[in-house]
Ligand binder design. Structure first.
Ligand SMILES: [Zn+2]
Length: 126
């Protein structure tokens, strides 16, 4: 990947990181407001679970974005973790924090579903 492309993905990821942070902050605000309104305990508890699940998802996305930004500074960005081939630009544009090409991701998803994740990672650790 050339420097210009890398810069484009970097600013894309930085924008996404900003959005994710804003999103987290906004959700936390909503959470606090709802907490103050204790009219319906049960509803609040259900809502709290939803908010927590939502926050976890947003946090996870933020971590993926930050990991991608780290890979940019390490020079490892855009390379598939599985086959070490470049990840196609189309995939990176749709999913700028992707660490694997579609084929390797599908393979990993299938293996994870089959509970063979450890076997998949073993050869990489060697
Ligand atoms: Zn791959």
């Amino acid at each position: 990947m050339d420097k210009k492309q890398l810069k484009q993905y970097e600013s894309l990821l930085q924008g996404l990181r900003r959005d994710a942070l804003n999103d987290l902050r906004r959700r936390e605000d909503i959470h606090i407001q709802r907490e103050a309104d204790a009219l319906d305990e049960l509803q609040n508890a259900t809502h709290r679970d939803l908010v927590v699940a939502d926050l976890n998802r947003s946090n996870q996305k933020l971590r993926l974005i930050e990991a991608a930004l780290l890979r940019i500074s390490d020079g490892a960005y855009g390379e598939c973790e599985g086959c070490e081939e470049p990840i196609p630009p189309k995939r990176l544009t749709a999913l700028p924090w992707a660490v694997r090409c579609v084929a390797c991701q599908e393979l990993q998803d299938a293996q994870r579903a089959a509970g063979e994740e450890e076997e998949y990672y073993a050869p990489q650790a060697a």
